[in-house]
Ligand binder design. Structure first.
Ligand code: GLN
Ligand code: ZN
Length: 764
């Protein structure tokens, strides 16, 4: 019989109960016991939900109050002393590592948090000391939760992060030099102890995640698999299913001798179905294959026909008892349930499947291949109908969009003249001084702005009233920028809630959920817009506000748009056409907006692309270069239509370009503004080394705190930048995100910034 399996379930609950409980606990509005109870309730609810759906292999220890890697940090007692020395209770110590702790005389910042592979989830980075030791927690969470489920009559498969990934995803603590992977020998006995306890508690099988296997691995990491997994096999230990996801593992086949003895192997067949045959060829003689055919990263209904074909291929080679039907990864990256969505167009809702629905999908597929298609005929027919309806829907077949895409030429991606000629025109057209000053787009979003926006959304004020309010806000920020004597103004973005949703709501091809929350980090959830069809722009999106702002400003006004890659990456993309096609559609829509802005008298236009880097495929090589090529093309297509005298800016929230500098250079943006105040100015060296010809505005001060930087400090910062950048190419601006600040410190800081720029203007 072919079993069905889920690799992990979202933790938040149907109504983000976990977020609410956590935040109430942090605000002293919920007791520790109440929080623990709520966690327990949610776990049970999610186990039951999967059990009722008929899932054979249900995960435990996939729950976490904050983050599952943080759970393991505490489980193995890999806790830096700065967190243990205050004798906080275990829960507070845990949250202290996740989000910092500042009360009762204790003041300790959080551990570093980083993106989980190429998802929008963030994990807490394990942080090791020289001489690091490990010790199993006295009541190990995986054992506690396994027993908890067992008591409720549900036998689960505990999920652990694997020892190699746990170390490889970590780093040495500040001031420490330890190489994490060198700690393997010390860590393995703790895993053995934990596995023994799980076995004693009744766990027959565990899922051990080694997602680093999809990355390009250094030899010493690859070599760690053998000593690690040799010791994790034994009569007193549960069987191990080793899970990989988000990529293929073919390039790491030399690790196989180390894992061929394990009970089973899970691979992601949504992202990389082509790895199936090669992996089957590598399996040990009795090894089980867990086939990840239900997408854990997106919201689309699984195409049953295709999934069943893949699973059947595996069964032909391995037999039914050696194949498991599974989600491609944990369902952590999908919203809880489609049932909560009351406002989606019915047509579109029928195409979706959230975590709860995906849980049912693995069951149907497993049944279809076990008992034959007739046993689930209705489900298969309904699925085929949905897939067919989506494929033939007008939303996914917009003729006008397709025709336009077919006509795109190479020339459409190029500006009319090379940069030196453009710049000569821009300089006079915009009367820009040396060291021009500007900001990145938003200005403080006061309470009043949020109140008015809310009233407008709820229909409590009319569109005209809201528009008037926005105009007044724009007038104010223009006046302030005049007083500050900035050189290129912005309208302040008072009308925008979010940089992708704002555009998505104005484009055809997008839909929005009301409950489609996905955990981003800790208690923070995001609700990504969904690209359901071909994208087009029915009407201008930002022209009214920018045009008004330009009309009342004596200085150039910078129009502000979100770029195609960021719109794509911060949404759930379609899975029926390549992402490059969606990016090009977005680019064409933005191109129209850019040209409308120019026609409306906006001659500086910034297209933000903060998500460009996070879209980078996990492995270097062809796949990454292909991505960069279409990503760069889509940016260029979105802006290249303008006159030479119109200045194109782009913005990135970081300065680490070393890995893909050629792509940043290929954007051909006249000005790049980048977040830099918290980074080493040395990161700018690459611009010097590569003789980058165009202009750059590295953030000269950190806007993330209310602290006002002095003029001297900013001058010093500029001096550091001038080591690597030529005076003619340097813009002076803060980092991005002023919308989160108050006006008081914003004005004070920008006054100092403008004075610092003027100082250098005198000097050169
Ligand atoms: N223009 C946006 C702002 O200043 C940019 C936000 C971002 O970089 N993430 O708010
Ligand atoms: Zn930014």
């Amino acid at each position: 019989m072919v079993q069905s399996s889920v690799l992990g379930f979202p933790r938040m609950g149907a109504n983000r109960e976990l977020k609410k409980a956590n935040e109430a606990y942090w605000a002293d509005k919920l007791s520790r016991d109440e929080l623990l109870k709520e966690g327990k309730r949610l776990r049970l609810e999610h186990w039951k939900l999967q059990k009722d759906a008929g899932v054979d292999v249900i995960p435990s220890n996939d729950f976490a109050f904050y983050d599952h890697i943080l759970d393991h940090i505490q489980l193995f007692n890999a806790i830096p002393e700065r967190y243990t020395k205050h004798n906080l209770n275990k829960l507070d110590e845990y949250f202290a590592m996740g989000r910092g702790h500042q009360r009762d005389g204790v003041d300790v910042p959080s551990l570093e948090m980083v993106k989980w592979f190429d998802s929008n989830y963030h994990y807490v980075k394990p942080t090791f000391q020289n001489g690091q030791t490990f010790k199993l927690a006295s009541e190990p969470k995986p054992v506690v939760e396994f027993l908890e489920a067992k008591e409720a009559g549900i036998v689960t498969r505990p999920v652990l992060i694997g020892p190699v990934s746990f170390l490889a995803l970590g780093k040495a603590d500040r001031g420490q030099s330890v190489d994490p992977i060198s700690l393997l020998d010390k860590l393995i006995p703790v895993y053995v102890e934990l596995l023994e306890k799980l076995k004693a508690a009744g766990a027959e099988t565990v899922q051990i995640d080694e997602p680093v296997l999809v990355l390009d691995l250094a030899d010493k990491i690859k070599q760690a698999f053998k000593p690690a997994y040799e010791k994790l096999v034994g009569a007193n230990l549960p069987k191990i299913v080793l899970a990989t996801y988000f990529g293929d593992i073919v390039h790491n086949f030399d690790v196989f001798p180390a894992i061929q003895n394990l009970h089973g192997l899970h691979i992601d067949l949504v992202r990389h179905p082509e790895q199936l045959e090669a992996v089957i060829g590598k399996l040990g003689p009795n090894q089980v294959l867990s086939a990840g055919v239900v997408d854990g990263r997106n919201i689309w209904k699984t195409n049953f026909k295709r999934a069943i074909e893949i699973v059947e291929t595996a069964i032909q080679k391995l037999g039914k008892d050696r194949v498991i039907v599974a989600t491609s990864s944990s369902l952590l990256h999908t919203p809880h349930s489609l049932e909560s969505e009351k406002k989606l167009p019915e047509e579109v809702k029928d195409w979706f499947s959230f975590a709860t629905q995906k849980t049912a999908e693995v069951v149907v597929i497993a049944k279809a291949v076990t008992d034959g298609p007739a046993s689930v005929r209705e489900a298969l027919e309904a699925n085929a109908k949905s897939i067919q309806a989506r494929a033939s829907s007008e939303r996914t077949n917009n003729k006008a969009v397709k025709e336009r895409q077919a006509k795109v030429t190479a020339a459409d991606h190029e500006r009319k003249s090379p940069f030196p000629e453009r710049y000569a025109q821009q300089k006079t057209h915009l009367s820009l001084p040396l060291f021009p000053t500007t900001t990145i787009g938003s200005f403080p979003q006061t309470k009043d702005i949020r109140i008015q926006r809310n009233k407008f959304t709820k229909g409590e004020i009319t569109a005209e009233e809201y528009e008037k309010f926005i105009e007044k806000e724009i007038e104010e920020v223009v006046k302030i920028q005049e007083e500050l004597d900035l050189d290129v103004f912005v309208h302040g973005e008072p009308e925008r809630n979010d940089m992708v949703q704002y555009f998505g709501e104005r484009l055809d091809g997008y839909v929005f959920t009301t409950h489609g929350w996905v955990q981003s980090y800790g208690s923070r959830c995001v609700r990504p817009p969904i690209i359901v069809g071909d994208i087009s722009r029915p009407a201008p999106m930002t022209v009214k506000e920018s045009q008004y702002a330009a009309s009342i400003s004596k200085k150039p006004m910078k129009g502000m748009l979100t770029g195609p890659i960021t719109c794509l990456r911060w949404s759930f993309p379609r899975d029926d056409v390549h992402q490059s096609v969606q990016a090009q559609q977005l680019a064409l829509a933005i191109r129209d907006e850019v040209l409308d802005l120019e026609a409306a008298g906006v001659y500086v236009i910034q297209v933000d692309e903060p998500a460009l880097r996070e879209g980078l495929p996990l492995r270097a090589g062809t796949e990454r270069e292909k991505y960069l090529s279409w990503a760069v093309d889509s940016f260029k297509l979105s802006v290249a239509g303008v006159q030479d005298s119109t200045q194109i800016h782009s913005h990135f929230c970081y300065s680490e370009f070393q890995d893909f500098f050629h792509a940043i250079a290929a954007l051909d943006a006249d000005v790049l503004s980048i977040e830099n105040s918290k980074s080493d100015a040395k990161l700018l060296k690459v611009f010097e080394d590569k003789a980058y010809p165009r202009h750059i505005g590295p953030g000269v001060y950190d806007i993330h705190s209310p602290r006002v930087p002095s003029e001297e400090e900013i001058k010093e910062r500029i001096a550091e930048m001038l080591v690597y950048l030529r005076p003619e190419q340097l813009w002076v601006n803060p980092d991005c995100g002023l919308k989160t600040r108050q006006w008081k410190e914003t004005k004070a800081a920008l006054t100092n910034m403008v004075n610092a720029a003027k100082f250098y203007r005198q000097k050169y």
